[in-house]
Design a protein around this ligand. Structure first.
Ligand code: ATP
Length: 199
């Protein structure tokens, strides 16, 4: 599995549609200060479902939409598509190539797509869970991540190892089932109360 290309339109400094092709080896992005190198890694984080504007070096999520310059009008929408090679079937989906798209409008509305089909953020999260490329994964090493790994916080370290070991999906599903079970128990209690009142 590797990232084949990223397409951005209206995302941060990329006002016009831009496509960057990657290859299966190492890709280095070089450029002058402020030219948008970090905006590319922000776009990868964002399309993979990042919800924290701080992690995208902003204050509010709308700040990912191109805000205009003296010569260009601002945009009403940001869109990023990340195309992933899935030839080895690492992603649990029956496609050799997977395109993840995230779109956000100034109104605050967001859309997510997998290979052009609209989906929920949760579907994207589940698809990439335990592959290491998720926003909490170990593949995107942002500023501060190294110190987090080296920190004394055992919980932070454990999360990284859990993702690498591939158990996050099961942990998430277990927590979800426990929540549902709790809700079902609460409903059962309520039913018992009602039966008690009727009798
Ligand atoms: P450095 O080498 O200094 O780290 P860089 O190449 O990583 O720089 P970025 O931080 O990716 O550069 O890009 C910063 C540029 O992106 C700034 O010029 C900033 O004005 C622009 N930018 C960020 N968000 C937006 C936005 N929403 N609309 C327009 N421009 C934006």
């Amino acid at each position: 599995m590797y990232f084949k290309k990223i397409e951005m339109h209206g995302f941060k400094s990329f006002a016009e549609p831009v496509t960057i092709d990657f290859s299966s080896g190492i890709t280095c992005i070089v450029g002058p200060n402020g030219s948008g190198k970090s905006n590319i890694s922000d776009a990868i984080r964002w399309v993979l479902g990042e919800q924290s504007p701080k992690m995208l070096r902003g204050g509010k999520m709308e700040e990912v939409i191109f805000s205009g310059t003296s010569s260009r009008k601002s945009r009403g929408m940001a869109e990023v598509t990340l195309v992933i090679d899935n030839g080895e079937g690492t992603l649990p989906i029956d496609y050799k190539e997977v395109a993840l798209t995230r779109r956000m409008f100034r109104s605050g509305e967001s859309e997510y797509h997998i290979n052009g089909n609209q989906c929920r953020l949760r579907d994207i999260r589940e698809l990439i869970m335990d592959t290491g490329i998720g926003v909490d994964g170990y593949s995107i090493i942002g500023q501060g991540k190294i110190s987090e790994i080296l920190s004394n916080k055992t919980e932070s370290r454990r999360e990284i190892f859990e993702e690498a070991a591939g158990i996050v999906l099961y942990r998430t599903k277990k927590a979800e089932s426990e929540r549902k079970l709790e809700a079902a128990n609460a409903n059962m209690d309520r039913v018992q109360d009602i039966i008690g009142e009727i009798e």
